[in-house]
Structure formats: C-alpha cells, structure tokens
Write a protein that binds this ligand. Structure first.
Ligand code: ZN
Length: 276
C-alpha cells in the first residue's frame, strides 16, 4: 500500500467538493493547495466553455482523473433512451477534449411509473453497449459506478460492484468500474469483488459515511469523520492493481459546502495524508 503521508500527488478533488467555485477558481485554489488533479462535473466544464476549459487544464498541467458524469440510460420510451445516448456521446467528446481518464457512468433508476427492475437493468446494459463504439473510438474508458442501493429507484439501478463487474464481463473492452467508498463500503462481498475488478478499476472516490446520516444525497462526510475504514478499502483497491488517484467527492449541503473552499481543500490534504 502506498504511503500518502507526505504526498499530494495522488489526491484529486472532485469539483462537487468545492461546489461554489468555477473551473477557473478550482484550478487556482487547487494550485494554492499543492493539488494538481481534479474530477470535474460536466456543468462546470460547459460553463467555462469546452475549448477554454481544455486550454486552462492543459496550461495548468492538471490531471483530469475522470469526468462526472454520463449514464442515466433508463427512460420510459425509445425517444428518451435515444436522447440519453446522444447526450452520453457528447459527454464522451467532452471527456476526450479535456483528457479525462474516464467517463463516470451512473446507471439511471426506474423509468417514471415503472416497477420493472429487470427491464431497467437491461436498458442500462443496452445503453452502455450502444455507447461503447463511440467511447472506444474516442479512447475514453467508461467507468460504471455502482451507487448505494438507496438510489436504485431514482438514480442508479446498478448497486453492487458484483453487478458492475458482471456488466464488464458481458460488454468487454472499453468499460471498467469506479469504486466510490460511500456507495460500496457496506457490501459483505466487497473484498472479493474488488479483487475481481483488478485492472478494471478506473477511478476511486473517497468521502465518509456519517452516523447519523441526515440526507441521503447531500450529507457525505469528510474522510475520517465517519465509519468507513478507508485505509483498509484503499489497501484492497491497491492490492487489486489500482495505482491512480483518490478523488475526494463530498456532497454536503449543511457543512462543507458552507465553508470557505480554501479551508475545505486544506482539510482534504490533511485527511488524504492521514486517513485515506
Ligand atoms: Zn463517486
């Protein structure tokens, strides 16, 4: 396991963690904090303008670990699924333009009014399969991120790393997994599935699970403030062969989003070096 205690090279900041900042501010703020890798969301790239964003990132010498995010393949009708694929192709083009290491895919939940979970799973599989030729041509790996089961209905019906691994087995080259501590920490099958993921691990996201959790989306904790054994998790991910960044991804409406982003980054660095 890598020693991160005096090392910021493998710390990446998901731009959602410093949500008040534009892309320009994220680059400036990270530079002030000695951080040179980020995982941006599409809207802040689009707000900046794709060509300009690509230039700013290149000029700063930043690494883009992944682009958040594509997916949402499920829809009530064919037109909806086609629109989702079109949007995902644009996301791939954006990821390629900024040199992102992967495009994160969040599956999509049950279509409105549907109770057909198996049908939703099939739509996700077909959606990724439909996207793969474009992703392969663009050289952008697709990272399936399983989300916590509490999101199955409304955001993502791929909820375990086992399910994501099964999809990778089925779909072949060009698709891998994103492991987000918040979404998978609870899974008793996790050690086996991380080992099974091996070289498919494209992205690793950290934050912490707070007890109690007051909001199912917007109450993520800073690493070290909750109950996830992050060092054990990182050891498993690294034993499986992952040697990339640890992306700090915190949605926190009542706490971290209210603080000075420079202070948030300072604490991200400290926790990266001590508990991640
Ligand atoms: Zn994530």
């Amino acid at each position: 396991m890598r020693d991160l205690s005096d090392d910021r090279r493998w710390l990446a900041v998901n731009t959602a963690t410093v949500r008040a900042w534009s892309l320009e501010q994220v680059i400036e703020g990270c530079t002030r904090s000695g951080i040179s890798a980020i995982a941006p969301w599409r809207h802040i790239i689009q707000q900046c303008g794709l060509a300009r964003a690509a230039r700013l990132i290149r000029d700063a010498g930043f690494t883009i670990t992944c682009l958040c995010r594509g997916g949402t393949f499920t829809a009530a009708d064919e037109a909806g699924r086609r629109a989702a694929l079109d949007d995902n192709r644009r996301a791939i083009d954006e990821a390629a333009a900024i040199g992102a290491g992967s495009l994160i895919l969040v599956a999509g939940g049950l279509p409105a009014g549907s109770k057909d979970l198996a049908g939703a799973h099939a739509q996700v599989r077909d959606g990724i399969a439909g996207l793969l030729p474009h992703a392969r041509a663009a050289g952008v790996p697709l990272a399936i991120e399983p989300l916590h089961p509490m999101t199955a209905a409304d955001r993502a019906c791929i909820n375990t790393l086992a399910h994501a691994n099964d999809l990778c087995d089925e779909l072949g080259q060009g698709v891998g997994v994103a492991i987000d501590a918040y979404h998978v920490w609870w899974d008793p099958d996790l050690p086996r599935q991380i080992a099974r993921s091996g070289a498919r691990i494209l992205s690793y996201h950290v934050c912490d699970w707070l007890v109690p959790t007051r909001d199912l989306v917007f109450d993520r904790g800073m690493p070290g403030d909750g109950i996830i054994d992050l060092q054990r998790l990182r050891a498993m991910v690294e034993d499986a062969g992952y040697g990339g960044h640890c992306d700090v991804e915190i949605f926190s409406a009542q706490n971290w989003w209210k603080r000075d982003p420079d202070e948030v980054l300072r604490i991200c660095v400290e926790r990266h070096q001590t508990v991640v």
